[in-house]
Design a binder for this molecule. Sequence first.
Ligand code: 5GP
Ligand code: ZN
Length: 132
Amino acid sequence: MCIFCEIIKGNIPCYKVYEDEFCIAFLDISQTSIGHTLVLPKEHYKNIFELPENISEHLGKIVCKLSKHIKEKLNISSINILNNNGEIAGQTVEHFHIHLIPRYSDSDIKIEFNSNNLSKEEFNELCEKIKY
Ligand code: 5GP
Ligand code: ZN
């Protein structure tokens, strides 16, 4: 059972903020910050690795539109757009979704990135490996 599919089918209630043919957006139950919204495809795709590019394109457009809308309505100037794919990355619901997290102060949420000090050679090797 996928909780987000159940929400999409209307079997579990949600606070819906947007819907079209391909995607839906509703308030995250945990409201990490006020206005925390999830945007997801109506079709069940586990994560980014399964997501078709046409759906990804559409979601990108809606995330952009909704972010601007939320900025205006909640009178914010900052927002984090987050997407977890896979258990190690912190994904807990296995139905692809993008988090829109409005920010009100720089200390309300901690999003931290570690840094690795790579040598020039290591950077070059890595770059060659993943170059597309
Ligand atoms: P993830 O950790 O997979 O990136 O994010 C899953 C998110 O789904 C969490 O932020 C969690 O609060 C939210 N969530 C889990 N169950 C429900 C639910 O039943 N309704 C809503 N609206 N959000 C949910
Ligand atoms: Zn699902």
